[in-house]
Design a binder for this molecule. Structure first.
Ligand code: PAF
Length: 279
């Protein structure tokens, strides 16, 4: 495995792969890798000649009061996990390499960036779309792999790739969960023992929604109320949003009459956790 920090160095190597007609699978991450990332890497390994993983804690996608400085980092452990997973290139650009002085260009995917997590994190998805587009331009992947846990992010990236004619397959893989159902996330490391127990309320509320839909409930407000009740019974939990939306367009809906995403964001202590299911 090669570790590359310099963008130009990576571009030279990518050019060689392209000349050799090798397919490139790409897993962009912010590091502190967990089994969710590993499942993306394994999938990339299976379907690509070359696997590139990036680790870049992108400062622009954190709001001024968010956890950029506190975001967990463990490069030594991540590097070993990447070696164990058999990747070819670990790309770790610097902030000044990605955003040199005079940087002025951003990608704005409209409408679907303003709702759900975008409503609570203004500018977040503009920064995500921009950094992902930049990484795509540097790595030039045939396929890129993302986890369903960040559902809105996957919809935005697919929209951006289609709208900007990027010739890249966006592959979204299922959320990997802890044995009790908690979605794996680097931010779970913020939870103390009591908060970790409380955090299961997100998954419990999603399971309640799934059960209600299976039993014939169609009205989204009724389902959301039942979910709200479960989360609110947890003392340490504070709801940011619970929403049911069209799974493709993210448009808000009143009845379960198509493929939907049930998504929520909940504060547990300092950790803002998100989760979703698609039905
Ligand atoms: O999902 C993430 O880890 C990040 O948002 C991403 C896609 C690596 C962009 O910084």
């Amino acid at each position: 495995m090669q570790v590359i920090e310099n963008i130009k160095d990576l571009s030279i190597i990518i050019k060689e792969f392209k000349t050799e007609k090798k397919t490139i699978g790409f897993v962009p991450t912010m590091g502190f890798l967990h089994d969710g990332h590993i499942s993306l890497i394994k999938r990339a390994r299976l379907v690509s000649d070359i696997v590139v993983v990036s680790i870049f804690v992108n400062p622009t996608q954190f709001g001024p009061k968010e956890d950029f400085n506190a975001y967990p980092r463990d490069i030594k452990r991540d590097t070993q996990l990447c070696i164990d997973a058999g990747i070819d290139i670990l790309f770790m650009p610097s902030v000044s390499g990605m955003y040199p002085e005079g940087y002025l260009t951003y990608i704005n995917v409209e409408k679907i960036t303003d709702m759900l997590c975008g409503a609570s994190r203004p500018g977040h998805f503009k920064a995500v779309a921009t950094v992902v587009a930049k990484l795509f331009n540097i790595v030039k992947p045939d396929k890129a792999f993302f986890g369903q846990k960040d559902y809105q992010q996957t919809v935005i990236i697919k929209r951006m790739a289609a709208d900007l004619n990027m010739d890249i397959d966006i592959d979204v893989l299922p959320t990997v969960r802890e044995p009790d159902g908690l979605a794996m996330s680097s931010r779970n490391s913020y939870l103390n023992e009591e908060e970790r127990k409380a955090a299961i309320c997100l998954y419990r509320s999603l399971m309640k929604a799934e059960e209600m839909i299976k039993n014939g409930e169609k009205t989204t407000s009724v389902i959301i109320s039942a979910m709200r009740e479960i989360i609110e019974s947890e003392r340490l939990a504070k709801i940011d949003y619970i929403n049911i939306r069209d799974a493709e367009t993210l448009e808000e809906i009143e009845a379960i009459d198509r493929k939907v995403v049930i998504a929520l964001a909940v504060w547990i202590g300092k950790a803002r956790l998100i989760d979703n299911i698609v039905i």
